[in-house]
Design a protein around this ligand. Sequence first.
Ligand SMILES: [Zn+2]
Length: 302
Amino acid sequence: MKMFYSPKYEVELGEHILPTVKFRLIKEKLIELGIAKPWDIEEPPPAVDEDISLVHTPAYIDKVRRGRLTTDELAVLDLPYSKELVEAAWIGVEGTIRAARYALETKLGIHIGGGGHHAYPDHGAGYCLFNDCAIAIRKLKEEGRIVKAMVVDCDVHQGDGTAFIFREDPTVFTCSVHQEDLYPEVKQQSDLDIGLETGVGDDQYLEEFSRHFLPALEIFRPQLLVYVAGADPYHDDQEGELALTFEGLERRDQIVFQEAKRRRVPVAVVLAGGYARRTADTVAIHVTTIRTGRHIVRPGMG
Ligand SMILES: [Zn+2]
């Protein structure tokens, strides 16, 4: 099965907590473990501006392209601006669009990238230039492929940009499970917010997640589920203070994939955050998500 990835995601950021090397390491590990074949990996081209403008304002897109973001805007984004960063952002949008389309065709689409959930229509924030998931949903709706979509955002930070973008759209259900006392300071209202206390571990996380998310999935019945599979609820993450283990995170993945499969809902996976002290841990968590998705949704695929 195809997976979407670009070597251009490995942007040089200098001394920055964001390990852009993770994308390549994940791709290499997937091939090493036989979860993906080298020829399964498809490199998306940059998205077209017309698609990005399904969510973002033309003025913002133009500013990003030309490097005209102000000092304040760059501080909110919290990334060093470079041509390479911009190129990776454009490609990252197309990667999620293609993974979502592929999910509709095959029930599972994997983007080894994406998850820019803090980006708003007119500004970027928290390492996110564009909200690729929101763009992909709008694009598939525009193409007439879907009417209803759901975002289940399990990154440890609230998916505030996504919640804001779809706040008045009854056709897109946004669900965010996150640490409450954490960035972003000002939360937006998702259709379902599961805000957890600092230090919550596997059992409580999985119990609350199942108890709230599953009824929402059952009632809303989306035609596409976008899974923002952040690795940062991990106990040794430097940016979050939840306490999930590898096993707990794998259980989370299993719940998402099993329940989607049971209802025949296609799943598009994007990676989002992951800042474990050891990058190898972040890589392992993301690889497990992808392996679990393949195993549950598309068993027996070569
Ligand atoms: Zn995060």
